[in-house]
Unconditional design. Structure first.
Length: 149
């Protein structure tokens, strides 16, 4: 009985229901809790800026992948045409945050979303993470060259 309760409790910590994405939006919406930031958020307090790119979309995605994986304790869990999803674990308690990056070839910008799976507050961790990734992309710091030699 107790063992089943513990297993069920742990499962709810790590299970996240699928989030539908509408035709107008590239990323799942942020919940009402302050532990999510997105370039497509409707609340100003949750919004982060996009980052422009001039590369071909495939090269922009490759640069985004390098910038994302430069974050500590980050595992890429999905990669498809113009989209990356990763899980970032906190150092001490190993809480999981989901990070999404979309390469928008029409607007030529990166769209971002970072959200905690559990809890209500993240102490600004998701915003800081996206700021670091955006800074890497904007400065092209430590990212592969997109020009051939």
């Amino acid at each position: 009985m107790i063992r089943s309760l513990i297993i069920a409790s742990l499962a709810t910590l790590y299970w996240q229901p699928p989030m539908p994405i509408s035709a107008e939006k590239l990323l799942p919406p942020c919940p009402s809790t302050p532990n999510c930031v997105s370039s497509e958020a409707t609340r100003a307090s949750q919004r982060v800026p996009t980052v422009p790119f001039t590369d071909a979309p495939a090269a922009a995605l490759a640069r985004a992948k390098v910038a994302l994986l430069a974050e500590p304790r980050t595992t890429l869990t999905a990669e498809r045409d113009g989209y990356l999803h990763a899980e970032c674990k906190s150092f001490l308690f190993r809480f999981v945050d989901d990070v999404d990056i979309v390469v928008d070839p029409i607007a030529q910008v990166y769209h971002f979303r970072s959200a905690s799976r559990v809890g209500a507050s993240d102490l600004g961790v998701n915003r800081k993470r996206l700021a670091r990734i955006a800074a890497r992309l904007a400065s092209r710091q430590a990212l592969p060259s997109t020009t051939s030699k």
